[in-house]
Design a protein around this ligand. Structure first.
Ligand code: FBP
Length: 552
């Protein structure tokens, strides 16, 4: 594989480990735990893995036990996130440090690799080209849901064949929920296989007291912020466009919020706030028109607007429509299948309740069609395919025309649209993500060696230097509650949405009016891998603010 100059130099980067993991480790065992809610239900569903203690590693004078060689299988699950390859490197180095005869197997293309017995051995030579790089291409990723006992049993066949002691599932909240179910299942049937989870997702919504951030969020946000900064410089040079920029994040608005803190756009919509205030699409449009009209009075017919990808499902009326569409699309699948676009819209419209039918009809045809596309394997609408940014900008344009006729607005409104998501998910990890992921992987190897199952690898104190990070494990059941999914109550890891009382949101809200009616863009520039630590090693603003640290 031919490498760029940066790739060659970056390959030599040695990720930093917390002090506790630098030599031999010993395990400090905490108090038994409880799930965040619905304790009785979760306890009865996870009788073998509920209530386990939080554990932490400490440096040891000598190894507590000398491990026999053991084999580990890994799965990369769901959307790519920068740093995945360093999780793999960390696990590899960890198990080899414990015993150089240990082996690492990678299941190919996500959880389906386990079920279909598609795998490869990851050797030192193969891994070399992937250290400190972005992407999940080392073994590929996929979105197959691991949730049925027959899948677990199929998986167990290959696990036994390869003499695998533990599976490591690198995934988001859904995949880690499934890791907990798998751990419980193997424990229940007496299969001697441990399951460890690693918190991954650029969306940043897998976090709590013990998991301070999911990996990949830092890098992805820095890539998007660089691009937003570049657009803002262009915008402020030509002074003729409004740029509507949609940012990934299936549900939560953490990415949009982080990018807003980094770049200071004129507007950033926060889905969680829109939901809390029960705002309608019209309310959002009216607010944007107010900003555009006020800026026009100052002679500024340009600006930037950040739109979180998941917005549409947080507008209460749209949420109701999407819920009913989910049912209609399943119930009338055979009637709808194969229909031409207009007929399909009409057929769906005829099956909706009056209020939803009216809203559906009021949407531009292309948006109504996008809302009616097939759902993903989790039954979710695929928000990345819905052009919310263009829906909103079109509605703003129409409303501005009315305002102009009413004498309330005089200006020009020309738009550009962007969607930043895939551009950032496979970027080379920042130093923060490179170190964090390596530590998460290495730590996972130590959790396996300690004989634990149903745990998530946890590395904390992340606003301090990596040597002071705290490494350990948290029982996955501790993060769970019961939620309704596809009409059924299920145990799931609680998703972390933007906290409207949290410091990141409050900081942004305190600047909002000033940013809207001024032009105070910030230009973060590209990720730096070499140079002053304040630039190269700075964690996300979200993390700094959440930990009460200064952000400048
Ligand atoms: P994960 O939650 O699996 O990490 O994926 C996150 C994400 O990048 C979302 O931001 C986005 O909505 C979705 O994946 C896109 O999915 P796909 O990769 O299947 O297009």
């Amino acid at each position: 594989m031919k490498k760029s100059a940066l790739q060659r130099v970056r390959a030599e980067y040695q990720p930093k480990l917390p002090k506790a993991l630098q030599g031999d480790v010993k395990l400090k065992v905490g108090e038994p735990t409880q799930s965040v809610a619905n304790q009785e239900e979760i306890k009865s569903l996870f009788p073998h893995t509920y209530g386990l203690p939080v554990v932490e590693f400490e440096p040891a004078d000598k190894a507590e036990r000398v491990e026999e060689p053991f084999n580990v299988g890994i799965i990369l699950s769901g959307g790519q996130a920068p740093g995945g390859h360093n999780v793999v490197s960390g696990i590899f180095d960890g198990i080899k440090k414990l015993n150089k005869e240990s082996r690492l197997y990678g299941f190919l293309m996500g959880p389906s690799g386990l079920v279909n017995h598609q795998y490869m051995e990851i050797t030192a030579g193969y891994l070399k080209d992937y250290r400190n790089t972005g992407g999940f291409d080392i073994i590929g990723s996929g979105r197959t849901k691991l949730e049925h006992p027959d899948q677990f049993d199929k998986g167990l066949e290959i696990v036994k064949e390869l003499n695998i002691k533990a599976l490591v599932i690198i995934g988001g909240d859904d995949s880690n929920t499934n890791a907990a179910v798998l751990a419980e299942y193997y424990k229940n049937i007496g299969a001697d296989v441990q399951v460890i989870g690693v918190p991954k997702t650029i969306d940043g919504d897998l976090k709590n007291e013990w998991i301070e951030t999911s990996f990949g969020f830092d890098t992805a946000c820095k890539v998007y912020s660089e691009m937003i900064g570049n657009i803002q410089r262009d915008c402020n040079s030509a002074k003729k466009y409004y740029h509507f920029i949609k940012l990934m994040g299936r549900s939560a608005s953490h990415i949009a919020l982080e990018c807003a803190l980094e770049t200071q756009p004129n507007v950033c919509l926060i889905s969680e706030e829109i939901q809390a205030k029960c705002m309608t699409l019209d309310n959002i449009v009216n607010y944007l028109c107010y900003v555009v009209a006020e800026r026009a009075k100052l002679g500024w017919n340009f600006g930037t607007v950040l739109v979180p990808e998941g917005l549409i499902e947080f507008i209460p009326s749209m949420k109701k429509l999407i819920q009913e569409l989910n049912d209609v699309l399943v119930e009338y699948a055979s009637e709808i299948e194969g229909l031409a676009e207009l007929d399909k819209l009409q057929a769906i419209h005829s099956h909706l309740s009056a209020a939803n039918a009216e809203l559906y009809k009021s949407l531009p045809k292309d948006i109504a069609l996008q809302l009616s596309l097939d759902r993903d394997s989790h039954g979710n609408v695929q928000v990345s395919l819905i052009e919310t940014e263009s829906l909103i900008s079109r509605m703003v344009g129409e409303r501005l025309e009315e305002m102009a006729l009413e004498g309330q607005y005089s200006g020009t409104f020309k738009t550009q649209h962007h969607f930043f998501g895939y551009e950032g998910r496979c970027a080379d990890p920042t130093n923060f993500d490179a170190d964090y992921t390596y530590a998460l992987g290495y730590n996972a190897a130590m959790l396996i060696n300690a004989g634990l199952t149903g745990y998530m690898s946890s590395v904390r104190n992340l606003t301090d230097k990596p040597e002071n990070w705290i490494a350990g494990g948290i029982p996955i059941t501790m993060m769970m509650n019961m939620e309704r999914r596809n009409g059924e109550l299920k145990p799931v890891i609680q998703k972390a949405l933007v906290n409207l009382n949290g410091r990141p949101y409050l900081k942004f809200a305190s600047m909002r009016e000033t940013l809207a009616l001024n032009t105070l863009y910030q230009y973060p520039g590209p990720i730096q891998y070499f140079g002053p630590s304040e630039i190269c090693d700075r964690p996300s603003m979200t993390l700094l603010l959440e930990h009460d640290k200064p952000i400048n």
